[in-house]
Design a protein around this ligand. Structure first.
Ligand code: TXA
Ligand code: MG
Length: 315
């Protein structure tokens, strides 16, 4: 990555930002809550780059930003309750976790391969303008390195991510300053994260909301459909395949499937969920999936975190 460009919300700046996003690049943009680090939510490579730029040690699911309800309905299943909440609070600082549509076309990295999706319609005029000129869904976590505070000005974005992202679209200071409230609407409504919309306003509509939900642990029982785990047993750090194993490789060497023949961790992350499924299809009953060692650096940490969970004993 070269220098990070600062763009303004002029027709030219918006067109340039949309062009970068169409090329699977990353553009930080303002929302009314905080600046988001945006990438095409349908592109495995763009979403892998988001995790790489932030230095996130895990593939936790990201929020998908769309301009309007018509777009939202193409990615998530809205029941009457979700429609009512959306009508009352969107656009605005509220994120809804809803069942993912089978035909969503979103990268499995965005949802961490869950069967649910977090979706939000931001109200900020620059976010709206960018979503419309790009014409697709944007995955966008807060535009800060993992573990640091969320940015509310373009200069904060540059302090943390200059040289790691293609551009920042400067829309001034964010009005709300804290992240969106996350409401889970899978089964019983649950507050997954407090944020920009007061919980009392949601409770006035939905009744008391359990706060046991923790958006940082989306696997908590009862909250979400589980992560996809291969049906075949998995062996990690396999230098070579043993007889009766399907080999999922990384880098040079013989393999049935390869996360990245050139040993590129961003490419490997982009392929991870797709190839785990494919390896599972290739494995005959009684066969195992043998996965090559992945270096524990950069996105390799997030890949290994996910692989360790795929290899963990099943309940
Ligand atoms: O205000 C905001 O929400 C900002 C702006 C940029 O929109 N975005 C933001 O994204 O805070 P991020 O990635 O930092 O937070 C996403 C949160 C995570 O805590 C994640 O666990 C939760 O949303 N999340 C995403 N998808 C989920 C899902 N399917 N189920 C449960 N939680 C989910
Ligand atoms: Mg954040």
């Amino acid at each position: 990555m070269n220098q990070t460009q600062t763009l303004t919300a002029t027709p030219e700046g918006l067109a340039r930002a949309a062009q970068i996003l169409s090329g699977q690049g990353l553009v930080a943009f303002p929302t009314e809550t905080v600046y988001g680090l945006g990438g095409d939510a349908r592109s495995d490579l763009a979403v892998a780059r988001i995790f790489d730029a932030k230095g996130r040690p895990r593939f936790n699911p990201l929020i998908v930003h769309v301009p309007d309800l018509t777009a939202a309905r193409t990615y998530a299943v809205f029941d009457a309750r979700a429609e009512a909440v959306a009508a009352a609070f969107w656009p605005g600082p509220l994120t809804l976790v809803l069942p993912l549509r089978q035909d969503s076309g979103l990268s499995p990295l965005v949802t961490a391969d869950l069967e649910s999706v977090a979706i939000r319609i931001p109200a900020h005029p620059v976010a709206q303008a960018l979503l419309r000129s790009f014409g697709g869904p944007l995955a966008a976590p807060s535009a800060n390195p993992s573990g640091r505070v969320s940015p509310t000005r373009a200069v904060h974005v540059l302090e943390g991510l200059a040289g790691r992202i293609d551009a920042v679209l400067d829309g001034g200071a964010c009005a709300v300053g804290v992240e969106s409230t996350i409401l889970g609407l899978i089964g019983e409504p649950a507050l997954l994260r407090p944020g920009g919309i007061a919980v009392e306003r949601l409770e006035a509509m939905l009744g008391p909301l359990p706060t046991g939900g923790d958006a940082k642990k989306p696997n908590a029982p009862g909250q979400l459909a589980s992560h996809y785990a291969p049906g075949a047993p998995v062996r990690l750090n396999a230098e070579t395949a043993l007889p009766g194993e399907v080999r999922l490789g990384f880098g040079a060497g013989a393999s049935d499937l390869n996360l990245s023949p050139s040993g590129n961790l961003i490419e490997a992350a982009a392929n991870l969920f797709h190839l785990l499924r494919e390896a599972d299809h290739l494995a005959q009953p009684g066969q195992r999936i043998a996965i090559a060692p992945i270096p524990e650096q950069g996105l390799g940490r997030a890949i290994n975190d996910r692989l360790r969970r795929a290899a963990a004993p099943r309940p």
